[in-house]
Design a protein. Structure first.
Length: 432
């Protein structure tokens, strides 16, 4: 059979198995089994056992369940309850006032959870009713939450960065640090958009609350300060080289346990719920990673990655054209798959092409995260759109329309990081 026929058969198998409701990780393993059985001489069972054990026993991957557990612990503290109260006094003077709590809140919680869906749900539960009650326009409240919650993927510690680092064999510590400045850039663009909107529509912005002194603001924010210090300690230990990503994750877990105990929110029930929540989420991700590793091996035996790389090379695309093509590809793919599945499905095939084009793998990791963020608010299967729909009961199309200006700002961020790559690479280079 030709490469095109083999590819078509495997893609059809993938969608048929997915459409039948089988879990993504098992679907990937099933397609890999079909490929190995039909088009390879190596026994599929032996290949599957070796590959899945190798991917599941990776030491680098240990950081993932630890960071997930850290987020689960802090999620169950008073952080989510106190965040609005702590942030509101600091943004009152900015044009747009309390709308900025969506952006700042998502930025802080992103550094806790590592997941855009968790960030969206947590901050949304807090800000949607409060901002609506205070009279802020619904389309701005919903749109800024949809866009800003995607920062959960970019601000370290990010689950998808760990997945990319393992899949592409790239330093996770450097990826984390590389995400800091692009994350700040994107948050600044979102806040800038809110300011411009507020200056153009001042009549739609409710009046400010009572002015507070600096000490009063600090007093209101006292519950947030320990969490911010914990995040700074985790990222600072990675940046200074004092700890690897896995060791920093362990520090984060211990710190979050201490913090929740001091706050009085750590009970046996809370501990058990956080551990079970982290276990369930990690097992789901690990199953996807194992299936993707087996599929990558099967593709290698068939020779599809090499043939795809040769085909792309034959198109004569320069680096910029390749980046544009990949951005469109991932945005379309994001209409049907979640971010983790997108990364693990494509890395084995695309990395040889990316490296051959001379694209820095650290920069490419941040690029992938940015375009996956864009896919999170792209209908029909943008995950964040579904989360907000669950919170607001609004139509997906309405939510997507309100988020579209922030989608455009993400495109601007991608262009900025391409033309000024030091935004991504400067901090990682300071680590070496």
């Amino acid at each position: 059979m030709s490469d095109l026929a083999i590819t078509g058969l495997l893609v059809l198998s993938l969608f048929l198995i997915l459409g039948s409701g089988v879990w993504i990780g098992l679907t990937l393993s099933g397609v890999a089994w079909i490929a190995m059985q039909l088009f390879s001489a190596r026994p599929a069972g032996d290949a599957m056992a070796v590959t899945i054990w190798g991917s599941a026993s990776s030491w680098t991957l240990t950081a993932l369940p630890l960071f997930i557990w850290m987020g689960e612990i802090l999620f169950r503290t008073r952080l989510s309850q106190d965040m609005f109260k702590g942030l509101a006094p600091w943004v009152q003077a900015l044009p747009g006032r309390l709308l900025h709590t969506n952006v700042v809140g998502c930025t802080i919680f992103a550094a806790v959870s590592g997941s855009s869906a968790a960030t969206c749900a947590t901050i949304g539960k807090m800000t949607l009713p409060e901002l609506t009650r205070r009279g802020y326009p619904e389309h701005m409240v919903v749109g800024t939450l949809a866009g800003a919650s995607t920062l959960g993927l970019l601000i370290p510690p990010s689950i998808i960065m760990i997945v990319y680092g393992v899949s592409a064999e790239v330093s996770i510590s450097q990826l984390f640090i590389a995400g800091v400045l692009p994350g700040i850039l994107l948050a600044a663009l979102f806040s800038g958009y809110i300011m411009l909107w507020a200056l153009r529509h001042p009549e739609q912005v409710p009046a400010a609350d009572v002015r507070m002194t600096f000490m009063q603001k600090l007093s209101e924010s006292r519950s947030l300060i320990p969490v911010v210090l914990l995040i700074a300690a985790v990222l600072g230990s990675i940046y200074t080289g004092f700890a690897t990503a896995t060791e920093a994750a362990a520090v984060g877990v211990v710190g979050s346990l201490v913090l929740s105990a001091v706050q009085g929110s750590m009970t046996w029930g809370t501990f058990k719920d956080s551990l079970m929540g982290a276990t369930r989420l990690y097992c789901m991700i690990a199953l996807i990673l194992a299936g993707a590793a087996f599929l990558t091996l099967a593709m290698g035996y068939i020779g599809l990655p090499r043939h795809l790389a040769e085909w792309i090379a034959s198109l004569g695309l320069n680096q910029a054209q390749l980046i544009v093509a990949l951005a469109v590809f991932y945005i379309i793919l994001g209409c049907f798959l979640d971010g983790i599945s997108m990364v693990v499905l494509t890395m084995g095939v695309l990395m040889p092409t990316v490296q051959a084009a001379g694209i820095d793998t650290i920069w490419f990791g941040i690029f992938i995260v940015l375009v996956v963020e864009m896919a999170q608010i792209t209908p029909p299967v943008g995950f964040n759109l579904f989360v907000i729909q669950g919170l607001t009961k609004k139509e997906i199309t309405y939510i997507a329309r309100t988020a579209f200006p922030l989608f455009v700002l993400m495109m601007l961020a991608v262009l900025s990081t391409y033309f000024f790559q030091n935004i991504v690479l400067w901090l990682p280079r300071q680590m070496t």
